[in-house]
Write a protein that binds this ligand. Structure first.
Ligand code: GAR
Length: 189
């Protein structure tokens, strides 16, 4: 049986789309069973609708607490039998509720060569620092922000000062690297 993915996103959702398309094409031996979004109105929601993928879209503010919000997500993921959770531009720190329930099965993609430039605006931080080698990291998620064990990294050289250009180059790499990495992980689930 195909493994089931949940993809979490907060914004545009190009990584979500790359994963959903790879599942549809058979390049990924999995199905995206759920898309989770914490920002109603984010562009990723329309992408999920276009793919006909079930989605849970809600602002954590509409729940009593962050723990309540995450309990609802866990309840939905358990009901679907989710095997792997892929954070793809999910701009919210995951708490113990999700971490305990899906321990070792949550991964994240981050637009820097970790441990450099953790947190938000990693590309802008790296450009401001003046680095010449940029990159993408995929890592397990633990309680430390962008701190879990690294699974894959890919670097690229860029000698300029335009964050938009770095984002463009980086995202092309993300869309390939995330698929390759998920496919490798699926074999051991
Ligand atoms: C991606 O570039 C991802 O690396 C980044 O958000 C973007 C989401 O793009 N994630 C982080 O910065 C996490 N700290 P997308 O919505 O088009 O997939």
């Amino acid at each position: 049986m195909k493994k089931k993915l949940a993809v979490f996103a907060s914004g545009s959702g190009t990584n979500f789309e790359a994963i959903a398309q790879a599942c549809a094409d058979g390049r990924l031996d999995a199905e995206v069973a759920l898309m989770v979004c914490d920002r109603p109105g984010a562009a990723v929601v329309a992408r999920a609708e276009r793919f006909g993928i079930a989605h849970f879209v809600a602002s954590p503010k509409s729940f009593g607490s962050k723990a309540e919000f995450e309990r609802e997500i866990v309840r939905r993921m358990d009901a679907l039998g989710i095997d792997l959770v892929c954070l793809a531009g999910y701009m919210r720190i995951i708490s113990d509720v999700l971490l305990d329930a899906y321990c070792g099965r949550i991964i994240n993609i981050h637009p820097s060569l970790l441990p450099a430039f953790r947190g938000a605006h990693a590309v802008e931080q790296a450009v401001a620092y003046g680095v010449k080698v940029y990159g993408i990291t995929i890592h397990y998620v633990d309680a430390e922000l962008d701190g879990g064990r690294i699974i894959a990294q890919r670097a690229f050289e860029y000698d300029g000062n335009d964050p938009e250009e770095v984002h463009r180059i980086g995202q092309k790499i993300e869309h390939v690297l995330y698929i390759e990495t998920i496919q490798k992980l699926l074999k051991n689930l």
